[in-house]
Design a protein around this ligand. Structure first.
Ligand code: MN
Length: 287
């Protein structure tokens, strides 16, 4: 089985690891370019090529232990998959690990939202995405990728959307424009990261649809949209959030790998590792 990083068995052992990576290779509801089910393997493959010393924090976060779990294989329906993700996330939280879910298309986040909201009643969800994903339902399912944030909104009112540049008219009634940081506004606002952080509560779950990035940075995604964010903008926001809040979990979804565009796979792997480096830089080791 593939794993994140080429660490020693000891460093990847679940019992002692502080971080747990949960692959969910699911692509049952995507509507344009198919292939997000190959996303987790592409991220894990790319992760072997990372340098495991992080320059910006001068740390080696893998020493906290990074375990990669057996992938979620339930794919009979989006609802059944969401239930299975919820159970798996509950176990990770119960075991005291920091969960990193890798998709798969965006519907894989729904089960994670449920597990998180049950554990943290005042949970805030920070969504980085090109799309608002606020349809009540789509193509006959309430667990379609186009509906994930409508499901999130049923669990917590504290949702902040960042990088949005594509919305359907029928979603508008679900969108709180005060909590939406549109990509075109971000481009002309030097204070946007601070204003995002101010909106969030103490405990934050982050869901990153990789199409938040401009396709120039990350072309390999199922529904690419021009006018997106840069890697530095996204990392700058994440650094600020880990300093000012307690981040309780993260997912990275919608990588749709193409063999000739490995830069996208590597961006996703590096984003995860650099985020973890920032998250753990200030945390005392367990035990
Ligand atoms: Mn999206």
């Amino acid at each position: 089985m593939r794993a994140f990083g080429d660490f020693t068995n000891e460093q990847m052992r679940y019992d002692s690891a502080e971080i747990a990576i949960l692959p969910v290779p699911y692509d049952g509801t995507s509507t344009w370019i198919k292939g997000a089910d190959r996303g987790p393997d592409a991220i894990l493959d790319a992760s072997y090529n990372l340098e495991f010393y992080d320059i910006e924090t001068a740390t080696e976060v893998y020493k906290r232990g990074i375990a990669t779990l057996e992938p979620v294989t339930e794919a009979s329906s989006p609802e059944a998959m969401a239930d299975e993700v919820e159970r798996r996330m509950e176990t990770i939280l119960h075991d005291g690990k920091f969960p990193v879910l890798i998709g798969g298309e965006h519907s894989v986040s729904i089960g994670a939202f449920r597990a998180m909201a049950r554990r943290y009643p005042n949970l805030s969800i920070l969504q980085l995405d090109a799309h608002s994903d606020m349809r009540d339902e789509y193509e006959g399912s309430a667990c379609n990728h186009a509906c994930v944030m409508a499901r999130a909104k049923e669990l917590t009112p504290n949702i902040t959307q960042v990088g949005i540049r594509s919305t359907a008219r029928e979603e508008l009634h679900n969108i709180d424009t005060k909590r939406t940081f549109y990509a075109h506004r971000i481009a002309e606002d030097d204070e946007w990261q601070e204003r995002v952080s101010t909106q969030l509560g103490d405990e934050v779950y982050i869901t990153i649809d990789l199409d938040v990035f401009d396709p120039a940075y990350l072309p390999s995604t199922g529904t690419p949209e021009p006018g997106g964010l840069t890697y530095r903008e996204v990392m700058g926001l994440l650094k600020r959030i880990v300093r000012e809040h307690r981040v309780v979990g993260i997912d990275i979804v919608e990588l749709c790998p193409t063999p000739m565009a490995k830069a996208s796979d590597f961006l996703a792997a590096k984003l995860i590792y650099q985020f973890l480096s920032e998250l753990y830089a200030a945390k005392p080791p367990k035990g």
